[in-house]
Design a protein around this ligand. Structure first.
Ligand SMILES: [Ca+2]
Ligand SMILES: [Ca+2]
Ligand SMILES: [Ca+2]
Length: 217
């Protein structure tokens, strides 16, 4: 579509001759070309998934539609890019083939533990107008947790000494277990399968005391 529209006017000039028979008239054409202006920045509309489960092959996280209210070249979309929020290149914008429609594709498996807050992808859409206009939109990607981490003790071996006369409920040592997952996937319980003399504890990433539950005699 042309970036300008043209209007043509005819202008007639007549003199004021004394008698109509001797009046003269001339005409000229006035051509007016109206240059289109890039008035609007593109508008970005996003339809994302609610969340992605980590380590799942998601392929596509969101469908993005970009529109521009200008006409002609000023209203055509040059590109849509991820300009921030994805330093390791986990996502990519892929054109669908439909004008102004793109997918945000997941290139690599996502690890919730590496990005517990998820991702805030900043999208930038630009038109082909002059001067070029751009618009930005932040898309939040939430990662759902998968139970892919075991509990981890803060030590492999706890060497402790305790008196054989230690009364019941005497603290022996403090044990800490952590789990890098989230929610229930990170909640741990402990027990002591090799002895009945010690109690059990419930850990949520916090230290717990191992107590004397029976006599050591
Ligand atoms: Ca525009
Ligand atoms: Ca876990
Ligand atoms: Ca996990």
């Amino acid at each position: 579509m042309s970036e300008q529209t043209q209007h043509e006017l005819t202008v007639v000039a007549r003199d004021r001759g004394v008698q109509d028979a001797h009046a003269h008239a001339s005409s000229a054409k006035v051509r007016v070309r109206v240059q289109r202006v890039n008035l609007h920045a593109p508008e970005i509309y996003v339809r994302p998934l609610p969340e992605i489960i980590e380590h799942a092959h998601g392929d596509i996280y969101a469908i993005v539609r970009v529109v521009d209210r200008d006409r002609g070249l000023h209203g055509q979309i040059r590109d849509l890019e991820i300009v921030d929020g994805d330093p390791d290149g986990h996502f990519r914008v892929v054109a669908t083939g439909n004008p102004g429609e793109y997918n945000i594709a997941v290139l690599h498996l996502l690890d919730r533990e590496a990005a517990p807050q998820g991702y805030n992808l900043t999208l930038r859409a630009s038109d082909r107008g002059t001067p070029m206009h751009s618009a930005y939109r932040v898309v939040t990607v939430r990662l759902a947790d998968l139970n892919d981490n075991p509990p981890v003790f803060d030590r492999e071996v706890y060497d402790v000494q305790v008196s054989e006369t230690a009364p019941v409920n005497t603290p022996i040592t403090r044990i800490k277990v952590t789990d890098a997952d989230a929610g229930k996937n990170a909640q741990c319980t402990t027990d002591y399968p090799q002895t009945s003399r010690c109690g059990t504890g419930h850990l949520h990433g916090l230290p717990t005391d191992l107590l004397v539950c029976g006599g050591f005699k």
